[in-house]
Every structure is written in C-alpha cells, then in structure tokens.
Design a protein around this ligand. Structure first.
Ligand SMILES: *[C@@H]1O[C@H](CO)[C@@H](O)[C@H](O)[C@H]1NC(C)=O
Ligand SMILES: *[C@@H]1O[C@H](CO)[C@@H](O)[C@H](O)[C@H]1NC(C)=O
Ligand SMILES: *[C@@H]1O[C@H](CO)[C@@H](O)[C@H](O)[C@H]1NC(C)=O
Length: 526
C-alpha cells in the first residue's frame, strides 16, 4: 500500500512541476519584484515568482492525509548551479500573502527525493510559515535514483550524490531565508527544519554540518547511518535466500501477533502495544509446529521460517558471529523488509525499493545487478563497501553537535518503535554516541531530546495502534521561543482506542499508572 502511495507521490510531484509551468503567465504577479538571492558556493540561474490564489494541495496519503484549500501564496522558484558541477537545483519557496507568522520553515524529502514540494509546503504555509522545499538537482522521485545515480560511463555521479546528501540543505536554507527577508522586508524571527525519514536525515545534516542555519530542528525517523542501515534492510532477503524459505505475509504476521500478545502488558496496560521492546524476550522458535490459518489453508510454522524471523529481529551477523547492524524491534510488522512475490507459481524474495536501488546503483554500479543472488559473504562485502565509500558522505552520523549547541539550537527527534524501514535501534545508538561525547544524558537533553513512539510505524505512515506525536513542531517552537523544553510529547491514538497519550524523553518509557486509559494523565514517564 505504501509503495503504491509512493508511486502516486512520485507521479503527483512530477505532475506538480508540470502544472506550475503550464500555469505560468495565467496568474497575475504581485510578487515579481524579488531579486536573485546570494548563495555562497552557487550561482543563481533564474528566479521566477507568481501568486497562487485560492490554491489547493490535494491529499496524497500517506504524506498528506487531507487536502489543503484556500492558500494564498507567492511562489518563488529559484534555480541555481554549483560552479564546475553542471547541475541545476530548484529551490521552491512559498510565502503566505497574509498572516505570515514571522518564521521560516525548510522541509525535507522522502526516499530518494530531497523534497516533497507542495505536500510539505502546503501544511507549513497553512500554519503561517514561509517555507521552502528543494529537489537538490535530482529527480523528484522517492522510489529510485535511476536517472541520476550513475554517469554515462558507469561511475557514480558524485555531484548529484553530494547535492542529495548534504549540499542542498544549505542552499535551500540560504535561498529560503533571503527570499523571505526580501518579500516581507524583515528577516524571519526564527528558522526551523522539519522532516521525516530522508527529511530526518537532512535534519541531522543541518545539525552536524550547518549548525547555524536553524534555531529548531524536527527530525522524525531519521535515516542516519544511511550507508549501513540501507544495506541492512537487505538482510532479511539474504536470509530467506540462504534458508531457501520464503514465508507468506500471513505466517510473518503470526510472529508479530505472538510477540505483542506475549509482551503487551509489560507496560501495565493491554492495548496491543509493546512500550519497551528491549524488555520483550520473544523466541520465534516457540511458534514452530503451530498452525496458522492463511487464506483458509492451515499452514504449519517451520523451523526455517522461525529462523528467518529470528535473524530479521537480530539483524545482520558476520562470518564470526559479530553483529553488523541492528534488526527490527519485536512486535514490528515484517511485510516491507521480508516481502515476497510469486513468480511462475513460486514464492521469491522481493527487496524493499530503497535497499534494492542503493545496492544496484551505488554498490554494484549496475542497474541490472541481480540482487536476488546476494548470499551471506556478498552481503558482508556490500555492507563494508557501502560504509567505506559513502559513510562520510551520506552517513550523517557525526555525534559532535557542539556547533549546534553553541549556536543555541534545539533538536527534537522522534522515532516510531515499530518502524519497519529504519531501525529504531540505530537512532538510539546515535543518541547514545552523542551522550558519550557531549557530557551525558542531562547535558544533551538541554538541546537534543529523543522521543520514542511505541507501536508507531515509519513516520506514522501506516495506521497503527501506537500513539503518534500530535504536534511535535509546536513543541519545538515552544522550546525554541519560550525556552520551555518538552518534558513529555503529547501524542494521540486514533481508531477504536482513540485517546491521548504521552511520549517520554529517552530513556524514559510511558507507564500506565491507573485511571482512564484514553487519558494522557493515566501515564507517567518511568
Ligand atoms: C476557492 O476554491 C474553491 C475550490 O477549492 C471554490 O469552491 C471557491 O469558490 C473558490 N473561492 C474563490 C473566492 O474563488
Ligand atoms: C567517468 O567520467 C567521470 C566524469 O567525466 C570521470 O571523472 C571518471 O573518471 C570516469 N570514470 C571512468 C571509470 O572512466
Ligand atoms: C509486498 O509485495 C507485494 C507483491 O508481492 C506488493 O504488492 C506489496 O505492496 C508489498 N508489500 C509491501 C508492504 O511493500
């Protein structure tokens, strides 16, 4: 479902760009007086501005659940290039024509897209922010970098990779802030970054490489350690191949359900959510020999299937048993990374598109590389190659946030513990590294807080039982502007268990202390 949505996203993003071009000239321009901004390290090729009146941004789940109507904005397209790079980077800025809140917000992308354009600009402008989104000079397609990863001679295009990895974050902030100042005649009082997934990785680029650009940074499910975790996403596929066992989604769901049943109540309440997966000692072998009913057919869980699940939860191991990266949390759905498809009556592995594309284009440097052939030893080789060649470019895992701390910035990070695409344990690892380097938990909490959201999937993109942060941006703004650090993060549960919850700053975990389970007051951070 999500992959399908991403297709729609890609199509709609491409459509958006085309539609805007088509509209040129039909709209009256009262925001035409803007001049090309000065961007260090880049030359501006063009600047185009036009008013969008009573503008609609159509809903595009899971990225934008509800359509946004009635926007009145000045839309500014700035195209720039980096000397010697022969690239063309689009930065799009939307400026509210009325009720500007005095703030600037830069928005991140998803997958292989550096920006989601209207899908993030719309919500942000609706709140009164002047806002920016960029394509980083690469195709606006979250699904694959196929059009920009490789040069015609087959080597990796380092210009587009550099733009995508970090340079575009700087360009976008500079352009967005300067256009904002020109348009309103005064600087934005505060600047924010807002992104999830790739947008969360870009958030960390800002905190690590460009610590003066943003007063507040919101990083959801950050794709940090990209060079490691993206290859680790391939691990379950490698295990299935080595075990020659390709479980159905129905069998996999039996393991997820069994883990939740076993550990649900450890947090004091039976609600289908494991609040602290580390406390859950779930043994997949327990299910061996049990029968599950799949599409009306009884299937007996085999040892090999249990092994696939166990190794998926453990994460990749090297030849001498050393852990190479993290696995998924117990109780997480497995249908993205352990996915399969049927080819000529035979179930075969189906890799998730992010790892599939990364391995083919950036590691094998061959669009036709047969990813289904990756065995354990090839996997080890690919993982170390990825870390060696790309860790310093796109790893975004530098724990030294002293520049950001000195600049007075605040970083609010959150991550769903049932994220099945980006391993939450990697985010916790990063936080621990920052603590070790920067004086411990209390010191780090002064400028960087991590909130883990039990039961919540990647960027809250699929319906979940878990409580999703209700307004993390609002909490960040309060922290930055009123100096009130979030002691907890308000969160809400939708669906049949609708209610309010709290999320706790790591390492605390929300525990049910009695009372109405739908009320946030019934939970405490422990
Ligand atoms: C604004 O657009 C909506 C459709 O989204 C339309 O129904 C409404 O009449 C428009 N309002 C004006 C003032 O043009
Ligand atoms: C491919 O082309 C790029 C840019 O022209 C060049 O830097 C690189 O060395 C070439 N690689 C190979 C393997 O020829
Ligand atoms: C799993 O693969 C099937 C094709 O067999 C596809 O339709 C489905 O969307 C995939 N599921 C996920 C969660 O990616």
């Amino acid at each position: 479902m999500k992959i399908l949505s991403l297709f729609y996203l890609a199509a709609s993003l491409l459509g958006v760009v085309a539609a805007n071009d088509a509209n040129q000239g039909h709209t009256k321009n009262s925001c035409i007086h803007l001049n090309a901004p000065h961007v260090p390290g880049a030359n501006v090729i063009s600047i185009k501005a036009m008013e969008l009146l009573n503008h609609t941004v159509p809903a595009t789940p899971p990225f934008l659940l509800d359509s946004i109507y009635g926007l009145n904005v000045c839309e500014v397209d700035v195209v720039l290039t980096h000397p010697g790079a022969d690239d063309q980077v689009l930065v799009k800025v939307w400026l509210p024509l009325e009720d500007w809140n005095g703030r600037f917000q830069a928005n991140g992308g998803s997958g292989y897209a550096a920006g989601e354009f209207d899908l993030t600009l719309g919500p942000s402008v609706k709140l009164g922010y002047s806002s920016a989104s960029t394509d980083a000079g690469v195709a606006v397609n979250p699904l694959t970098p196929e059009t920009w990863a490789l040069l015609p001679n087959g080597s990796v295009n380092m210009v587009t990779l550099t733009n995508f990895a970090y340079r575009s974050i700087h360009d976008m902030a500079i352009v967005g802030k300067e256009i904002t100042e020109q348009f309103y005649g005064s600087k934005a009082r505060y600047s924010y970054w807002n992104g999830c997934s790739t947008g969360g990785r870009q958030a960390m680029v800002a905190a690590q490489r460009y610590p003066d650009l943003f007063d507040g940074i919101l990083a959801g499910a950050p794709a940090i350690f990209w060079a490691s975790y993206v290859v680790a996403e391939q691990w379950p596929q490698v295990v299935m191949r080595e075990e020659n066992t390709f479980p159905s989604q129905c069998e996999l769901k039996a393991f997820t359900d069994a883990a939740i049943a076993q550990c649900d109540e450890l947090d004091g309440i039976k609600d289908g959510i494991i609040s602290d997966p580390d406390l859950c000692h779930f043994d997949p072998y327990r299910l061996v020999g049990t029968c599950v009913c799949c599409n009306g057919i009884e299937v007996t869980i085999s040892e090999a299937v249990a092994r696939v699940v166990l190794k998926t939860l453990q994460g990749p191991f090297g030849p001498s048993g050393q852990s190479l990266w993290y696995g998924l949390n117990v109780g997480t759905a497995l249908d993205f990374l352990v996915n399969t498809t049927v080819v000529s009556g035979q179930r075969v592995g189906l890799p998730f598109f992010v790892n599939d594309a990364w391995i083919r284009y950036y590691l094998a440097k061959d669009a036709n590389y047969n990813i289904g052939d990756i065995d354990y030893s090839t996997f080890d080789r690919l993982l170390s190659q990825s870390e060696r060649e790309y860790g310093s470019i796109i790893g975004t895992d530098n724990p030294d946030l002293s520049g950001f701390q000195k600049a007075g910035g605040k970083l609010l990070m959150w991550h769903g513990l049932s994220d099945q695409l980006i391993f939450p344990k990697g985010t916790i690892d990063y936080r621990d590294r920052v603590e070790r380097l920067m004086g411990g938990s209390a010191k780090v909490n002064e400028f960087f807080r991590l909130f883990l959201a039990p039961g919540v999937d990647h960027c809250a993109g699929t319906p979940t039982l878990g409580a999703v942060p209700s307004d993390p941006l609002g909490a960040l703004v309060t922290w930055v502007e009123e100096k009130k650090a979030p002691a907890t993060l308000a969160a809400s549960v939708s669906g049949s268990q609708r209610g309010a919850r709290i999320l706790c700053p790591y390492p605390l975990v929300a525990h049910y202390v009695g009372g109405n389970p739908r009320s946030a007051q019934s939970f405490q951070c422990i």
